[in-house]
Design a protein around this ligand. Structure first.
Ligand SMILES: [Zn+2]
Ligand SMILES: [Zn+2]
Length: 397
Protein backbone atom coordinates (compact mmCIF):
# COMPACT_ATOMS: atom_id res chain seq x y z
CA UNK A 1 0.00 0.00 0.00
CA UNK A 2 1.16 3.54 -0.71
CA UNK A 3 2.52 5.42 2.30
CA UNK A 4 -0.10 8.12 1.82
CA UNK A 5 -2.93 5.58 1.99
CA UNK A 6 -1.41 3.95 5.06
CA UNK A 7 -1.22 7.38 6.72
CA UNK A 8 -4.86 8.00 5.82
CA UNK A 9 -5.69 4.68 7.50
CA UNK A 10 -4.06 5.99 10.70
CA UNK A 11 -5.87 9.35 10.54
CA UNK A 12 -8.43 8.71 13.29
CA UNK A 13 -5.79 7.31 15.65
CA UNK A 14 -3.52 10.33 15.00
CA UNK A 15 -6.45 12.73 15.53
CA UNK A 16 -7.34 11.03 18.81
CA UNK A 17 -3.77 11.52 20.10
CA UNK A 18 -3.76 15.11 18.88
CA UNK A 19 -7.04 15.92 20.64
CA UNK A 20 -5.82 14.35 23.90
CA UNK A 21 -2.63 16.47 23.75
CA UNK A 22 -4.63 19.56 22.78
CA UNK A 23 -6.97 19.16 25.78
CA UNK A 24 -4.06 19.04 28.24
CA UNK A 25 -1.46 21.51 26.95
CA UNK A 26 1.80 22.15 28.81
CA UNK A 27 4.39 24.93 28.52
CA UNK A 28 8.17 24.88 28.46
CA UNK A 29 10.71 22.14 28.97
CA UNK A 30 8.75 20.05 31.47
CA UNK A 31 5.75 18.39 29.77
CA UNK A 32 5.15 15.21 31.78
CA UNK A 33 1.57 14.62 30.61
CA UNK A 34 2.43 15.13 26.95
CA UNK A 35 5.48 12.90 27.33
CA UNK A 36 3.31 10.16 28.85
CA UNK A 37 0.88 10.37 25.91
CA UNK A 38 3.74 10.06 23.41
CA UNK A 39 5.23 7.09 25.28
CA UNK A 40 1.76 5.50 25.28
CA UNK A 41 1.41 6.01 21.52
CA UNK A 42 4.84 4.44 20.86
CA UNK A 43 4.27 1.53 23.24
CA UNK A 44 4.78 -1.85 21.60
CA UNK A 45 6.61 -0.48 18.55
CA UNK A 46 10.11 -1.84 17.79
CA UNK A 47 11.84 1.36 18.94
CA UNK A 48 14.77 2.15 21.24
CA UNK A 49 13.21 4.80 23.47
CA UNK A 50 14.99 7.18 25.79
CA UNK A 51 13.71 10.21 27.68
CA UNK A 52 15.44 13.46 28.52
CA UNK A 53 17.26 14.14 31.79
CA UNK A 54 16.81 17.91 32.11
CA UNK A 55 13.67 18.08 29.96
CA UNK A 56 10.72 15.78 29.20
CA UNK A 57 11.83 14.88 25.70
CA UNK A 58 11.29 11.52 23.99
CA UNK A 59 13.86 10.12 21.57
CA UNK A 60 12.91 6.98 19.65
CA UNK A 61 15.29 5.10 17.34
CA UNK A 62 14.00 2.74 14.66
CA UNK A 63 16.73 0.48 13.28
CA UNK A 64 15.78 -0.89 9.89
CA UNK A 65 16.36 -4.46 8.77
CA UNK A 66 18.79 -3.35 6.08
CA UNK A 67 21.98 -1.29 6.39
CA UNK A 68 21.90 2.40 5.56
CA UNK A 69 22.32 5.91 6.90
CA UNK A 70 20.52 7.73 9.71
CA UNK A 71 17.73 10.28 9.20
CA UNK A 72 16.15 12.45 11.93
CA UNK A 73 12.50 13.56 12.07
CA UNK A 74 11.54 16.20 14.62
CA UNK A 75 8.22 17.26 16.14
CA UNK A 76 7.86 19.80 18.96
CA UNK A 77 5.40 19.26 21.82
CA UNK A 78 4.93 22.47 23.83
CA UNK A 79 2.02 24.93 24.09
CA UNK A 80 1.73 28.67 24.77
CA UNK A 81 0.45 30.91 27.61
CA UNK A 82 -2.77 31.75 25.74
CA UNK A 83 -6.39 31.23 26.88
CA UNK A 84 -8.14 29.26 24.15
CA UNK A 85 -11.28 30.81 22.66
CA UNK A 86 -11.91 28.47 19.70
CA UNK A 87 -14.87 26.68 21.27
CA UNK A 88 -13.68 23.42 19.69
CA UNK A 89 -14.97 20.19 21.29
CA UNK A 90 -11.38 19.24 22.18
CA UNK A 91 -10.38 22.77 23.33
CA UNK A 92 -7.86 23.22 26.13
CA UNK A 93 -9.13 22.28 29.57
CA UNK A 94 -6.23 24.17 31.17
CA UNK A 95 -6.98 27.88 31.75
CA UNK A 96 -4.29 30.15 30.30
CA UNK A 97 -2.59 27.42 28.25
CA UNK A 98 -3.27 26.54 24.61
CA UNK A 99 -1.73 24.68 21.72
CA UNK A 100 -1.96 27.89 19.68
CA UNK A 101 1.05 27.07 17.49
CA UNK A 102 -0.16 23.62 16.41
CA UNK A 103 2.63 21.67 18.11
CA UNK A 104 -0.01 19.12 19.14
CA UNK A 105 -0.33 18.29 15.42
CA UNK A 106 3.46 17.92 15.07
CA UNK A 107 3.62 15.50 18.00
CA UNK A 108 0.70 13.40 16.77
CA UNK A 109 1.86 13.28 13.14
CA UNK A 110 5.36 12.27 14.20
CA UNK A 111 3.94 9.49 16.38
CA UNK A 112 1.90 8.40 13.34
CA UNK A 113 5.08 8.32 11.23
CA UNK A 114 6.80 6.21 13.90
CA UNK A 115 3.93 3.69 13.71
CA UNK A 116 3.90 3.69 9.91
CA UNK A 117 7.66 3.28 9.54
CA UNK A 118 7.82 0.65 12.30
CA UNK A 119 5.51 -1.54 10.20
CA UNK A 120 8.10 -1.33 7.39
CA UNK A 121 11.09 -1.97 9.61
CA UNK A 122 12.26 -5.18 7.92
CA UNK A 123 12.76 -3.40 4.59
CA UNK A 124 13.98 -0.08 5.98
CA UNK A 125 17.49 0.67 4.63
CA UNK A 126 18.88 2.53 7.64
CA UNK A 127 17.84 4.15 10.90
CA UNK A 128 15.28 6.81 11.81
CA UNK A 129 15.52 9.00 14.91
CA UNK A 130 12.18 10.43 16.08
CA UNK A 131 12.85 13.60 18.09
CA UNK A 132 9.90 14.63 20.29
CA UNK A 133 10.98 18.01 21.61
CA UNK A 134 9.66 20.19 24.46
CA UNK A 135 10.29 23.91 24.83
CA UNK A 136 10.31 25.28 21.28
CA UNK A 137 8.51 28.48 22.29
CA UNK A 138 11.43 30.40 23.77
CA UNK A 139 13.09 27.63 25.80
CA UNK A 140 15.57 26.34 23.17
CA UNK A 141 14.45 22.75 23.75
CA UNK A 142 16.24 21.61 20.59
CA UNK A 143 19.54 22.94 21.92
CA UNK A 144 18.97 21.07 25.19
CA UNK A 145 18.23 17.83 23.31
CA UNK A 146 21.38 18.25 21.20
CA UNK A 147 23.29 18.74 24.46
CA UNK A 148 21.83 15.46 25.73
CA UNK A 149 22.97 13.67 22.58
CA UNK A 150 19.92 13.33 20.30
CA UNK A 151 22.10 13.69 17.17
CA UNK A 152 24.42 10.85 18.25
CA UNK A 153 21.85 8.49 19.77
CA UNK A 154 21.89 6.12 16.76
CA UNK A 155 25.67 5.69 16.88
CA UNK A 156 26.33 7.88 13.88
CA UNK A 157 25.16 11.34 12.89
CA UNK A 158 22.07 11.73 10.70
CA UNK A 159 22.74 12.51 7.03
CA UNK A 160 19.58 14.63 7.04
CA UNK A 161 17.01 16.12 9.44
CA UNK A 162 13.46 17.19 8.66
CA UNK A 163 10.95 19.24 10.63
CA UNK A 164 7.35 20.15 9.88
CA UNK A 165 5.32 23.17 11.03
CA UNK A 166 1.60 23.70 10.55
CA UNK A 167 0.13 27.14 9.95
CA UNK A 168 -3.45 28.21 10.73
CA UNK A 169 -3.39 30.85 7.98
CA UNK A 170 -1.39 31.89 4.90
CA UNK A 171 -1.39 28.45 3.20
CA UNK A 172 -4.48 26.54 2.03
CA UNK A 173 -5.07 23.30 3.91
CA UNK A 174 -2.72 20.55 2.73
CA UNK A 175 -0.29 22.82 0.85
CA UNK A 176 3.37 22.42 1.82
CA UNK A 177 5.83 25.32 1.56
CA UNK A 178 9.57 25.65 1.91
CA UNK A 179 12.61 27.18 0.19
CA UNK A 180 16.33 26.56 -0.14
CA UNK A 181 18.53 28.68 2.15
CA UNK A 182 17.24 30.92 4.96
CA UNK A 183 13.61 30.11 5.81
CA UNK A 184 13.17 31.75 9.22
CA UNK A 185 14.98 34.59 10.96
CA UNK A 186 17.42 34.66 13.82
CA UNK A 187 15.69 36.16 16.85
CA UNK A 188 17.68 38.10 19.43
CA UNK A 189 16.64 40.28 22.35
CA UNK A 190 17.90 43.77 23.10
CA UNK A 191 17.42 45.17 26.63
CA UNK A 192 18.30 48.83 27.13
CA UNK A 193 18.43 50.73 30.41
CA UNK A 194 19.07 54.47 30.29
CA UNK A 195 20.37 55.89 33.55
CA UNK A 196 19.49 59.52 34.35
CA UNK A 197 18.81 61.50 37.49
CA UNK A 198 15.28 62.14 38.57
CA UNK A 199 13.80 65.43 39.69
CA UNK A 200 10.93 67.92 39.38
CA UNK A 201 9.41 67.90 35.89
CA UNK A 202 9.19 71.72 35.96
CA UNK A 203 12.98 72.03 36.34
CA UNK A 204 14.50 69.55 33.88
CA UNK A 205 17.80 71.47 33.81
CA UNK A 206 18.37 70.41 37.44
CA UNK A 207 17.77 66.72 36.60
CA UNK A 208 19.08 64.33 33.92
CA UNK A 209 16.00 63.17 32.02
CA UNK A 210 16.39 59.66 30.54
CA UNK A 211 13.12 59.72 28.55
CA UNK A 212 14.04 61.95 25.55
CA UNK A 213 17.34 60.11 25.14
CA UNK A 214 15.55 56.74 25.22
CA UNK A 215 13.08 58.01 22.59
CA UNK A 216 15.98 59.07 20.39
CA UNK A 217 17.41 55.57 20.72
CA UNK A 218 14.15 53.97 19.59
CA UNK A 219 14.13 56.11 16.42
CA UNK A 220 17.89 55.79 15.83
CA UNK A 221 17.55 51.98 15.86
CA UNK A 222 15.22 52.27 12.84
CA UNK A 223 17.74 54.52 11.09
CA UNK A 224 20.48 52.03 11.91
CA UNK A 225 18.51 49.30 10.14
CA UNK A 226 18.21 51.35 6.94
CA UNK A 227 21.75 52.84 6.89
CA UNK A 228 24.01 50.01 8.07
CA UNK A 229 22.46 46.87 6.58
CA UNK A 230 22.18 45.64 3.02
CA UNK A 231 18.51 45.85 1.96
CA UNK A 232 18.90 42.41 0.35
CA UNK A 233 19.93 40.93 3.69
CA UNK A 234 17.03 42.26 5.76
CA UNK A 235 17.02 43.17 9.42
CA UNK A 236 13.97 43.95 11.57
CA UNK A 237 14.15 45.72 14.92
CA UNK A 238 10.92 46.25 16.84
CA UNK A 239 10.75 47.91 20.24
CA UNK A 240 7.97 45.97 21.91
CA UNK A 241 8.15 47.39 25.43
CA UNK A 242 9.05 50.86 26.73
CA UNK A 243 8.83 51.76 30.40
CA UNK A 244 9.69 54.96 32.24
CA UNK A 245 8.29 57.11 34.98
CA UNK A 246 5.16 57.17 37.10
CA UNK A 247 3.36 60.48 36.57
CA UNK A 248 3.45 63.78 34.66
CA UNK A 249 5.37 65.98 37.09
CA UNK A 250 8.27 63.68 38.03
CA UNK A 251 11.38 63.04 35.96
CA UNK A 252 12.34 59.39 36.57
CA UNK A 253 15.82 58.03 37.25
CA UNK A 254 15.60 55.45 34.49
CA UNK A 255 14.01 54.49 31.21
CA UNK A 256 14.02 50.92 29.96
CA UNK A 257 13.01 49.29 26.71
CA UNK A 258 13.02 45.85 25.09
CA UNK A 259 13.39 45.12 21.40
CA UNK A 260 13.50 42.04 19.21
CA UNK A 261 16.07 41.90 16.41
CA UNK A 262 15.49 39.59 13.42
CA UNK A 263 18.18 38.85 10.84
CA UNK A 264 18.93 36.28 8.11
CA UNK A 265 22.71 36.00 8.01
CA UNK A 266 25.49 35.39 10.50
CA UNK A 267 27.22 38.59 9.34
CA UNK A 268 24.17 40.78 9.99
CA UNK A 269 23.74 39.20 13.37
CA UNK A 270 27.35 39.93 14.36
CA UNK A 271 26.96 43.51 13.10
CA UNK A 272 23.75 43.99 15.14
CA UNK A 273 25.41 42.75 18.32
CA UNK A 274 28.24 45.21 17.71
CA UNK A 275 26.35 48.31 16.53
CA UNK A 276 23.28 48.35 18.79
CA UNK A 277 25.12 48.70 22.13
CA UNK A 278 27.44 51.35 20.63
CA UNK A 279 24.57 53.41 19.23
CA UNK A 280 22.74 53.34 22.54
CA UNK A 281 25.83 54.22 24.60
CA UNK A 282 26.78 57.09 22.25
CA UNK A 283 23.30 58.66 22.31
CA UNK A 284 23.30 58.45 26.10
CA UNK A 285 26.76 60.06 26.24
CA UNK A 286 25.64 62.88 23.92
CA UNK A 287 23.10 63.84 26.59
CA UNK A 288 25.43 63.33 29.56
CA UNK A 289 23.74 60.06 30.53
CA UNK A 290 24.83 56.47 30.59
CA UNK A 291 23.04 53.44 29.17
CA UNK A 292 23.45 49.66 29.25
CA UNK A 293 22.41 47.63 26.21
CA UNK A 294 22.36 43.90 26.55
CA UNK A 295 22.27 41.98 23.26
CA UNK A 296 21.13 38.42 24.00
CA UNK A 297 21.31 35.88 21.15
CA UNK A 298 18.34 33.51 21.15
CA UNK A 299 17.55 31.38 18.06
CA UNK A 300 19.85 31.31 15.02
CA UNK A 301 18.68 31.64 11.40
CA UNK A 302 16.82 28.52 10.20
CA UNK A 303 18.77 27.65 7.06
CA UNK A 304 17.53 24.88 4.79
CA UNK A 305 20.18 22.92 2.94
CA UNK A 306 19.54 23.73 -0.74
CA UNK A 307 19.57 20.10 -1.91
CA UNK A 308 17.41 18.90 0.99
CA UNK A 309 14.83 21.67 0.41
CA UNK A 310 14.65 20.71 -3.29
CA UNK A 311 14.32 17.06 -2.29
CA UNK A 312 11.47 17.91 0.10
CA UNK A 313 9.62 19.90 -2.60
CA UNK A 314 10.13 17.11 -5.13
CA UNK A 315 8.84 14.56 -2.61
CA UNK A 316 5.72 16.68 -2.00
CA UNK A 317 5.04 16.91 -5.73
CA UNK A 318 5.56 13.18 -6.32
CA UNK A 319 3.49 12.08 -3.32
CA UNK A 320 0.68 14.65 -3.31
CA UNK A 321 0.72 16.03 -6.85
CA UNK A 322 1.69 19.30 -8.50
CA UNK A 323 0.13 22.31 -6.83
CA UNK A 324 0.59 20.91 -3.32
CA UNK A 325 4.17 22.14 -2.97
CA UNK A 326 4.93 25.85 -2.86
CA UNK A 327 8.45 27.23 -3.25
CA UNK A 328 8.30 30.20 -0.88
CA UNK A 329 9.71 33.29 -2.54
CA UNK A 330 10.84 34.92 0.70
CA UNK A 331 11.79 33.74 4.17
CA UNK A 332 9.45 34.66 7.01
CA UNK A 333 10.35 36.70 10.07
CA UNK A 334 9.39 34.12 12.68
CA UNK A 335 12.08 32.02 14.34
CA UNK A 336 12.48 28.32 15.19
CA UNK A 337 14.82 26.39 17.40
CA UNK A 338 15.01 23.60 14.78
CA UNK A 339 17.70 26.03 13.55
CA UNK A 340 20.03 24.49 16.16
CA UNK A 341 19.57 21.07 14.48
CA UNK A 342 20.07 22.52 10.98
CA UNK A 343 23.28 24.18 12.20
CA UNK A 344 24.65 20.66 12.80
CA UNK A 345 22.94 18.49 10.17
CA UNK A 346 21.79 19.35 6.62
CA UNK A 347 18.05 19.22 6.29
CA UNK A 348 14.84 21.06 5.61
CA UNK A 349 12.02 22.65 7.57
CA UNK A 350 8.65 22.55 5.81
CA UNK A 351 5.40 24.42 6.48
CA UNK A 352 2.05 22.68 6.08
CA UNK A 353 -1.20 24.59 5.68
CA UNK A 354 -3.76 23.50 8.29
CA UNK A 355 -6.32 26.28 7.89
CA UNK A 356 -9.83 24.78 7.96
CA UNK A 357 -10.80 24.15 4.31
CA UNK A 358 -13.87 26.44 4.54
CA UNK A 359 -11.82 29.41 5.87
CA UNK A 360 -9.92 31.95 3.77
CA UNK A 361 -6.22 31.40 4.57
CA UNK A 362 -5.51 35.12 4.07
CA UNK A 363 -8.16 36.13 6.62
CA UNK A 364 -7.77 33.25 9.11
CA UNK A 365 -6.24 33.98 12.54
CA UNK A 366 -2.47 33.42 12.75
CA UNK A 367 -0.56 30.91 14.84
CA UNK A 368 -0.44 32.05 18.51
CA UNK A 369 -3.96 33.54 18.29
CA UNK A 370 -6.52 32.46 20.93
CA UNK A 371 -8.88 31.60 18.04
CA UNK A 372 -6.37 29.87 15.72
CA UNK A 373 -7.80 26.61 14.36
CA UNK A 374 -5.66 23.85 12.86
CA UNK A 375 -7.65 21.31 10.89
CA UNK A 376 -7.34 17.56 11.46
CA UNK A 377 -7.22 17.12 7.67
CA UNK A 378 -3.53 18.08 7.82
CA UNK A 379 -2.64 15.23 10.18
CA UNK A 380 -2.43 12.27 7.78
CA UNK A 381 -0.71 14.47 5.20
CA UNK A 382 1.95 15.45 7.73
CA UNK A 383 2.48 11.83 8.75
CA UNK A 384 2.79 10.80 5.09
CA UNK A 385 5.37 13.50 4.38
CA UNK A 386 7.50 12.64 7.44
CA UNK A 387 7.45 8.96 6.43
CA UNK A 388 8.13 9.60 2.73
CA UNK A 389 11.03 11.94 3.48
CA UNK A 390 12.63 9.32 5.72
CA UNK A 391 12.02 6.42 3.31
CA UNK A 392 13.22 8.25 0.21
CA UNK A 393 16.25 9.82 1.93
CA UNK A 394 17.34 6.45 3.38
CA UNK A 395 16.88 4.79 -0.02
CA UNK A 396 19.27 7.33 -1.53
CA UNK A 397 21.97 6.14 0.90
ZN1 LIG B 1 4.94 29.35 17.83
ZN1 LIG C 1 5.70 26.67 16.52
Amino acid sequence: MAVRDEAAGLASEIAELRHAIHREPEIGLDLPKTQAKVLGALDGLPLEISTGRALSSVTAVLRGGRPGPVVLLRGDMDALPVTEETGLPYASAVPGVMHACGHDLHTATLAGAARLLSARRADLPGTVIFMFQPGEEGYAGARHMIGEGVLDVAGERPVAAYGLHVTSNRLPCGVFSTRPGPLLAAADQITVTVHGRGGHASQPHRAADPIPAACEMVLALQTLVTRKFDVFDPVVITVGAFHAGTTDNVIPDQARFLATARSYSASSRVLLADLVPRLVADIAAAHGLTADAEYATEYPVTVNDAAEAEFALQTVTEVFGAGRGERAEFPITGAEDFSFVLDEVPGAFVFLGACPPDHDPEAAPTNHSAVAIFDDAALAEGTALYAELALRRLARG
